[in-house]
Write a protein that binds this ligand. Sequence first.
Ligand code: ZN
Length: 145
Amino acid sequence: MSAIPWQHGRRVPGVTAETWAYWESGADGELRIQYCGVCSVWQHPPGPVCRRCHGSVELAPRAVSGEGRIVSWTRNDQPWYPGQPVPFRVGYVELVEQPGLFIFAGLSGLDDAADPMYRRVRAGFQRQGAAWLPVFSACDERAAS
Ligand SMILES: [Zn+2]
């Protein structure tokens, strides 16, 4: 297997009152996603108001399993900034907690010769300054689509 590693030195995004838990929660190995206690829906990216019920009082980050499946991906052979190692993959992962709960993140350790679509993955983290960037790696055989 020729696995493409994830070595991404991207700039750390601005951390806000809504996003700090997403970017910093990897410090303890947990992926945290904003959850609405009014309508019991996860939402990502996080925001000041629930996009489903428009309630804002009950929004808070909660730990998720970090497991999901790849639903879209791309392989990049051109660096996004000078000196970035290539190739690398990024993609959308649909978390198991809720249909349509997508995370856009780096993908690591996948067989370069195989199509990773619907591959089961689990979140890990790459520290980048104060942020812990979610990076998903294969955790099982191909999931049913
Ligand atoms: Zn809600």
